[in-house]
Unconditional design. Structure first.
Length: 249
């Protein structure tokens, strides 16, 4: 089975609504590629502008977070139906910055995954180790556990549609990229744990991205690995280099 590649830009806390329109206008002609799903994950307040600006292209829009309740007294949070109503299709869940600065845990990640699926949003679930954990040799154990908890109570059908992003924390925003071998080893381990939870069919369908200082100079090598189905891109997603990453071949 051929998995379609997926390249997503994580804009983080960058770009106002008007800047979003400008950037999408510039990137639109550069990110055309029928063989790759392209997603722009913008800040909440820029989502409406992003969806408008992306019209007439194949660019899908994603949020960078959401809450796991339907509505209510959760000041400052955003509910899933607020995202779907405006046309958001993807949502990043459990990015390492949210785990580090906003106290997200494997358990809240799982709640958000389940709620996103309930609303037909495609979760892009982030997992990955710190440098200390890598040096201790516990990367695969840790990422297996993060993946298992994220997928708790997720059905096989829903798991097959999900995206998992392996993002070694030491490679995010540092200019340090995992070698293609390091990235492949962990992405293969994630696919292995998905096959243990479900079966081979599910493991072969789920898309697993690599994230951590992806740029056009390393995208081809990374995305050519058998278990790497594209990338989650931070810094470079705000530049025209993102077009070269999408067209990595
Ligand atoms: C990210 O934020 O998901 C990321 C991978 O960032 P960068 O590409 O800047 O390392």
């Amino acid at each position: 089975m051929m998995r379609k590649k997926i390249v997503a830009g994580n804009w983080k806390m960058n770009k106002t609504p008007s800047e979003t329109v400008e950037l999408i206008k510039a990137l639109k002609p550069l990110v055309k590629n029928d063989e790759v799903d392209v997603v722009f994950c913008t800040p909440f307040v820029s989502l409406v502008s992003a969806i408008e600006a992306a019209k007439g292209s194949d660019i899908a829009i994603g949020a960078q977070n959401m809450y796991y309740e339907e509505s209510g007294a959760y000041t400052g949070e955003v509910a899933p139906n607020m995202l779907t109503e405006i046309g958001v299709q993807y949502v990043v869940i459990g990015h390492s910055e949210r785990r580090a600065y906003f106290s997200e845990t494997d358990e809240t990640v799982n709640k958000k995954v389940l709620k996103a699926i309930e609303h037909k949003l495609i979760p892009i679930v982030c997992v990955g180790e710190t440098l200390e954990q890598r040096e201790q040799g516990i990367t695969v154990d840790l990422v297996r556990l993060q993946t298992k908890i994220a997928l708790k109570n997720v059905s096989k059908e829903d798991a097959m549609k999900m995206v998992i992003a392996y993002e070694p924390i030491w490679a995010i925003g540092t200019g340090k990229t995992a070698t293609s071998q390091q990235a492949e080893e962990v992405c293969a381990a994630i696919r292995q744990v998905v096959s243990e939870i479900y079966d081979q069919e599910t493991a072969q369908a789920v898309r697993i991205q690599y994230g951590g200082s992806v740029k056009s100079a390393n995208a081809k090598e990374l995305f050519s690995m058998p278990n790497i189905d594209g990338g989650l891109v931070g810094g470079a997603s705000l530049t025209t280099d993102f077009g070269n990453i999408v067209n990595y071949k």
